[in-house]
Write a protein of this length. Structure first.
Length: 112
């Protein structure tokens, strides 16, 4: 039995052309919410499938992708490359989101 305490921050789907932002994060600045929406929607338009940004139990932000079985348009190779690219180009915003989550939701202080 695992105490899986993952929290979805946001996600987008190429299938229904929708973006989702977890209601618990509605207080994020609009500029951050816009950035997340653009990042997720462009990812799914480029790669296909579904992308979710998920906080793991330690508060680290993970990229999760999936696709429907038989989706021949999903770019499996491009997926890994695109995630690496986003982790580099969006490092500042992703780190800030992790710090926000750890502080506001997990109660972890940053005295260091």
């Amino acid at each position: 039995m695992s105490s899986n305490k993952e929290v979805v921050l946001c996600g987008a789907s190429a299938y229904n052309k929708k973006f989702y932002l977890n209601e618990n994060f509605k207080n994020l600045p609009d500029s951050i919410k816009d950035e997340l929406k653009i990042m997720c929607v462009l990812f799914t338009e480029d790669i296909g499938g579904i992308l979710q940004l998920v906080f793991d139990e330690n508060g680290d932000l993970q990229f999760r992708t999936s696709c429907d079985e038989g989706d021949l348009l999903y770019d499996d190779i491009g997926c890994g490359l695109k995630i690496k690219q986003l982790q580099q180009t969006k490092e500042e915003i992703l780190s800030a989101l992790e710090m926000y989550y750890k502080t506001m939701f997990l109660g972890i202080g940053f005295e260091e």
